[in-house]
Ligand binder design. Structure first.
Ligand code: GLY
Ligand code: MN
Ligand code: MN
Length: 504
């Protein structure tokens, strides 16, 4: 009804309207609005260009005088034959530029540089627009996009790098990280391989690399100039403290991952496969718009839960009286969560499972309480280890709390962010760090203890924000106490009615 009124109303008024809009301008409006609608049907909450511009300014402020920082995009990695892995940008490159395509490099100069009539303190080289390539693989930003959408005043196509007239020998320091060792020479012109080759020529890199001082003066000057250590340190100092824009995305990634855990608790049943359990989490990630998993999902039932980075996830039946350890994280707009829950496959912890689970929980709780500004970042690990050693001794799994054992073979705390193991200095907790707390106990079959403990593997992992008011657990949406998990596993699952025809 409303539609009919709207159309007739529009026709009646059309004559009037035409006084204001010529056919040409209406056509323009139509094309413009269609283009706009197309742009708006993509996620709009990626970091804005202002974020990346400001991060470059922060890096520039930390650079030594008369220096330049150089950062390369990630290589395209081959999966098999003519199929590549889904492209993932190098986190430092993404942090500084927002560019999500391959075959690119960025220069951030401490001081202004002038070439011809252009003065600039940063320049990006990007993939050239290419009608044929874009028909197969989708739109490229190109130089215009790098300027408009990424906010680089000076941008060039990668092919122009060779003739870029900058004399690199004038810098006291050229800062970059060691080249990745899996860069391939692809069919693409001006690919990463070519860009690195040109860069090496421009900075006389091979002279150093080959350690072949044919010209002593040039060798010594170049050696002094090239610095492949400092940039990593400077980037770590920036990235280990999250900005408010980053926290929005990281919190979203963590919430989505926690909801995945909760939905899985509801959906779990003893006949499920590890693969299906993994799929439930990953379905939730996609449902909420997360683009990737932040790392290969770990879903291990029974003894598989004792393998720290078990990623086969192919046990066809999780079993009736096992624990299942699920360590997964959604990647949302580049930021990745890292959340682990361990639950009983039949909905109820056995006596032994609960004893181990509650011990890990106690260690985790005590560790989280230490996530306070100024506390040494090793402290939660020490606290957790002490509690676990004491508990294992009390349960008779180890002889005494000082006994050497292999039941807790990893640390408890790492930064998360653009990387699941984000860079950090690991000194003292500071405001707006986001760090995991993940104690665990793993007792694989054959361990030197009573058989009743065999096959129990427990890790509980939460993502903790350090604030002025103390630790904030960002993954609380995933039930964590053993009783809360058992209660959640009684809740109905939207997946219980999801039945497919049985295939042979
Ligand atoms: N998911 C890997 C880790 O917990 O560090
Ligand atoms: Mn972790
Ligand atoms: Mn993890």
């Amino acid at each position: 009804m409303f539609t009919i009124y709207f159309i007739f109303g529009f026709v009646k008024q059309q004559h009037q309207l035409m006084k204001f809009f010529s056919l040409k301008s209406l056509l323009f409006l139509f094309i413009f609005s269609t283009g706009f609608a197309q742009q708006n049907d993509k996620p709009q909450d990626f970091l804005k260009k202002e974020f990346h511009t400001e991060r470059r300014a922060q890096l520039r402020a930390k650079l030594p005088k008369n220096s330049v920082a150089v950062v390369f995009a990630n290589p395209v990695r081959n999966r098999a034959n003519d199929v590549d892995f889904v492209y993932h940008q190098d986190p430092n490159f993404y942090y500084l530029t927002g560019y999500r395509e391959p075959n690119a490099l960025v220069f951030i100069f401490k001081e202004n540089q002038t070439i011809g009539n252009k003065t600039f303190n940063e320049v990006i080289f990007v993939q050239e627009r290419n009608e044929h390539a874009e028909m197969w693989n989708g739109k490229r930003l190109g130089v215009a996009g790098a300027q408009d959408e990424l906010g680089f005043r000076v941008a060039y196509n990668g092919g122009e790098f060779k003739s870029f007239e900058l004399n690199f020998s004038k810098f006291d320091k050229i800062l970059f990280e060691n080249f990745k060792n899996d860069v391939r020479d692809t069919d693409e012109s001006a690919d990463l391989y070519d860009l690195i080759k040109v860069f090496k020529e421009k900075v006389s890199f091979d002279l150093i690399h080959l350690n072949n001082p044919t010209n002593d003066k040039l060798y010594n000057e170049t050696k002094k100039r090239i610095d492949t250590k400092t940039l990593q340190k400077l980037m770590t100092n920036l990235r280990e403290i999250k900005t408010k824009e980053e926290l929005v995305l990281l919190k979203k990634a963590i919430e989505i991952s926690a909801i995945g855990q909760l939905e899985m608790m509801k959906a779990m049943h003893p006949n499920m496969s590890e693969t299906e359990a993994q799929g439930v989490h990953e379905f939730v990630y996609k449902k909420y718009g997360a683009e990737f998993e932040g790392y290969p999902s770990i879903v291990g039932a029974g003894n598989n839960g004792c393998i720290l980075h078990y990623i086969e996830n192919n046990k066809t039946n999780v079993g009736d009286n096992n624990l299942i350890l699920m360590d997964l994280g959604a990647e949302y707009r580049g930021y990745t969560a890292d959340v682990t829950r361990t639950i009983p496959t039949n909905g109820k912890f056995s006596t032994e499972q609960k004893l181990i689970y509650d011990l890990v929980y106690e260690a985790q709780e005590a560790g989280i309480a230490a996530y306070k500004i100024g506390v040494d970042m090793q402290e939660p690990n020490h606290i957790a280890r002490k509690i676990i050693n004491k508990g294992l001794a009390e349960l008779g799994i180890i002889a005494n709390e000082n006994s050497k054992h292999n039941y807790f073979p990893h640390g408890t705390s790492h930064h998360i962010g653009l990387d699941v193991h984000d860079p950090g200095n690991y000194e003292k907790f500071e405001e707006n760090m986001v760090v995991t707390m993940e104690p665990g106990i793993y007792i694989p079959i054959g361990s030197p203890c009573d058989e009743k403990w065999w096959g129990i593997g427990v890790r509980i992992e939460d993502d903790i924000l350090v604030t002025k008011n103390g630790p904030v657990n960002l993954s609380v949406l995933a039930p964590r106490k053993s009783e809360e998990i058992e209660a959640a596993m009684q809740l109905p699952s939207v997946l219980s009615d999801f039945k497919l025809p049985v295939l042979d």
